[in-house]
Design a protein around this ligand. Structure first.
Ligand SMILES: Cc1ncc(COP(=O)(O)O)c(C=O)c1O
Length: 241
């Protein structure tokens, strides 16, 4: 990743996932974010954050915003596109926000006029219903608190499923394979490492439906189904090449 960011022409836009990377579930550590920011700064690139899971990954809005805030604290110009589909359960409302941190009021005015120039001919005015729901929740301290607590609960549920899946894989698989990557990943997804043929086995033999790149959504998994899923993964991993 660092080699590619270095090789990109200076002033490129670099698309980054702020937290809970989709599809891998693998986020840079704070130290690695520092190295990424160093290279982006050296090359005068513009970081463009795609953030669809703030609060949903760790359970804390602040923890999940740390990567973006680190870039902003360095004085860099940053673009952050947020989705509220997951963290506010507003899937069908197409609700999100774009924030651009600019170096001066003049730059901000230019960016705003360009954003309007893109939005006006494309969709003119976005639907407002979802935005009003979000504004109500974040603008009311009691609702904001309730939302944070619910998000923490949802993130906790996904973490529990992750632990249970890891325990099931580790206790059932006698081959000695290290499944700890499941625990190191964060957010809704886990990259299982299964290839396409193995994913086909998951679906055809075990009726587990997943994307063919090996990604599973832990949000769609209950504790009760972890053992079944572990059996399916172990069978597919060891018996299909
Ligand atoms: C990183 C990332 N950005 C954006 C999206 C989509 O967001 P929206 O539902 O607002 O289109 C997703 C997932 O659906 C995602 O994983």
């Amino acid at each position: 990743m660092i080699a590619d960011i270095k090789a990109a022409p200076g002033g490129s836009f670099i698309l980054l996932h702020g937290c809970a990377h989709n599809p891998t579930g693998i986020d840079p550590t704070p130290e690695q974010w520092g190295v990424i920011a160093d290279v982006i700064q050296e090359k005068n690139h513009i970081p463009f954050f795609d953030i669809a899971y703030q609060g949903f990954a760790s359970g804390s809005l602040d923890t999940d915003a740390a990567s973006v805030r680190m870039f902003v604290a360095r004085g860099m110009e940053v673009i952050a596109a947020q989705s509220y589909s997951k963290n506010l359960g507003l899937y069908a409302e197409r609700i999100g926000a774009i924030n651009v941190v600019c170096s001066s009021p003049e730059a901000a005015a230019r960016v705003k006029s360009q954003l309007k120039r893109i939005a006006r001919p494309m969709y003119s005015n976005p639907p407002v219903h979802g935005a009003r729901i979000v504004a109500n929740i974040v603008g009311d301290s009691a609702l904001f608190k309730e939302w944070n607590a619910e998000m923490e609960m949802m993130a906790g549920r996904i973490k529990n499923v992750r632990h249970k899946l890891f325990d099931s894989l580790s206790s059932k698989d006698k081959s000695g394979k290290d499944w700890s990557f499941v625990l190191k990943q964060i957010g809704m997804f886990s990259f299982t490492g299964l290839n396409k043929a193995q994913c086909d086995n998951m679906t055809n033999k075990w009726h587990v439906y997943m994307t063919k790149d090996g990604r599973i959504s832990l949000a769609g998994l209950s504790l009760a189904k972890c053992e079944y899923l572990a059996d399916a993964i172990i069978d597919s991993y060891h018996n299909v090449s």
